[in-house]
Design a binder for this molecule. Structure first.
Ligand SMILES: [Fe+2]
Ligand SMILES: [Fe+2]
Length: 456
């Protein structure tokens, strides 16, 4: 029996089609039905990034990078290795045989035919050439993960104004202390709906909304649906207009406002007690592409009118389900537009699984404390406060964009990538996307355990 047939059979029986239940279907394992509690959704917006459009000058970029360097340096000073750091203009004149430590931004990476890697590293005082010997296998391996503009601690011996590298230390995140909700309550994560595309999958999306509305499933599955109080949508709600050349041939709805109106018909079926938290993605063409993207407003009026929608910027931090003696879960939501070029540019990420492994991408970004480390990954507004710096460590980090569902964990930050509700497009194939529609990551905030629901 195919997966699709099993899912249909489960839904006909009123059973939630989780990956486990699909597997259990052949062995007929019974599902337990615990007690149902009354729950109330609580969402707080913790941090957003507003920016009033103005004329951008070269000075804005200089300030942006100086401030980024300073903020990252402050983060790096939490690392014991930073204690002995000196400025680059001082380190270049040093004649000691001992290792020196600098904090710098990577401004060039060149790989020599001999296998040696040559970096140019800058700080606010000067720049220096940093050499990674081809014989140092660990560092050469590490160099596969280097990106332009990341700010790191470099440790090595300095000879005639050149540093011979012995160690790279990244800002990284500390092990997060886990907190658990006193109540059993769930959050689901699913963006990249792409309404308006002729490859949008309305039947599958409708099945998901039916489940979320408590209309299908056994008592236990309806109970989980009822206890699901948070629904995060990390962007690409609609397919948008004029996103890529020839898109009009792949559109069923060619008017942007009508695309959102069609989506609102689905979302209005989600019971009001569930909070829907939404940020824009690169297909939501009613807002600018440059990040941070503002809250969705124009064209998405029909979504804004829904009583249970919280619009936030991309990126943003929200907090869910806090109560007396429980601080809730901080959720960092970022659409993930930087991921395409990141996968393209970072050999180590491609070797780790590329589009298949969003958790590796999240880990890479958490280690760098930055959502878009290189200037060429994204169109970024050069704000004084860099919106891509991961200034606080989230309990949950969620993204979309790569259309591949994934649940991971890095030092107790749960990593979530949503799938999509759109079949594969020619455009995605060209960029190596292999979408996996209809998969829903769900997290129980009481146990912080995740599982995957399938609505294929
Ligand atoms: Fe998308
Ligand atoms: Fe996207």
């Amino acid at each position: 029996m195919s997966n699709q047939e099993i899912v249909k059979k489960l839904l006909d029986k009123g059973i939630l089609p989780t990956a486990e239940n699909i597997a259990q279907e052949s062995t007929n394992v019974t599902i337990v039905k615990p007690r149902i509690d009354d729950l109330r959704a609580r969402v707080k917006i913790v941090k957003e990034f507003d920016y009033k459009q103005k004329k951008i000058t070269a000075d804005d970029f200089t300030t942006h990078y100086r401030e980024r360097y300073k903020t990252m340096r402050t983060i790096l000073f939490n690392r014991p290795e930073a204690a002995s750091a000196v400025s680059i203009d001082r380190v270049k004149d040093m004649l000691s045989d001992e290792d020196q430590v600098i904090i710098g931004i990577v401004s060039d990476v060149a790989r020599m035919y001999t296998g040696t890697v040559k970096l140019i590293v800058e700080d606010l005082t000067s720049q220096i050439t940093v050499i990674i010997s081809s014989k140092n296998n660990d560092l050469i391996e590490e160099a596969k993960f280097l990106t332009l503009d990341e700010v790191l601690i470099f440790k090595g011996r300095v000879r005639k104004g050149v540093m011979f590298l012995h160690a790279i230390i990244r800002p990284d995140v500390p092990q997060k202390k886990e907190t658990f909700s006193p109540e059993e309550v769930y959050s689901v994560f699913s963006g990249d709906i792409h309404v308006g595309s002729n490859l949008f999958l309305p039947k599958q999306f409708s099945n998901f909304i039916d489940w979320l509305s408590g209309k299908v499933g056994t008592e236990r599955q309806r109970e989980i649906a009822r206890k699901t109080k948070y629904f995060y949508i990390p962007g690409d709600l609609v397919d948008g207009i004029g996103i890529y050349p020839g898109q009009e041939k792949e559109l069923k709805i060619t008017n942007l406002r009508s695309q959102y109106e069609e989506l609102s018909k689905f979302l209005s079926r989600v019971p009001d007690d569930k909070q829907i938290i939404i940020c824009p993605g690169n297909h939501d063409s009613g807002v600018r592409l440059e990040e941070p993207q503002p809250r969705m407003q124009d064209y998405a009026e029909s979504i804004l009118e829904l009583p249970n929608v919280t619009m936030v910027t991309n990126p943003s931090y929200t907090n869910i389900h806090s109560m007396d003696n429980y601080s809730g879960q901080d959720v960092l939501m970022y659409h993930g537009y930087s991921f395409d070029r990141l996968i393209d540019q970072v050999e180590g990420l491609r070797l780790a699984g590329g589009y298949e492994k969003a958790d590796e991408i999240h880990k890479f970004l958490l280690k760098r404390r930055h959502l878009s480390p290189s200037h060429n990954l994204n169109l970024t507004i050069p704000m004084k406060q860099d919106s891509h710096i991961i200034s606080q460590i989230p309990d949950i980090m969620v993204s979309g964009h790569i259309h591949k569902a994934n649940i991971g964990n890095y030092k107790n930050t749960i990593s979530i990538s949503g799938s999509c509700w759109q079949a594969v497009t020619d455009f995605q194939l060209k960029f190596g996307h292999v979408p996996d529609p209809g998969m829903i990551p769900i997290i129980n905030l009481k146990t912080r355990k995740g599982s995957m629901l399938s609505f294929k």
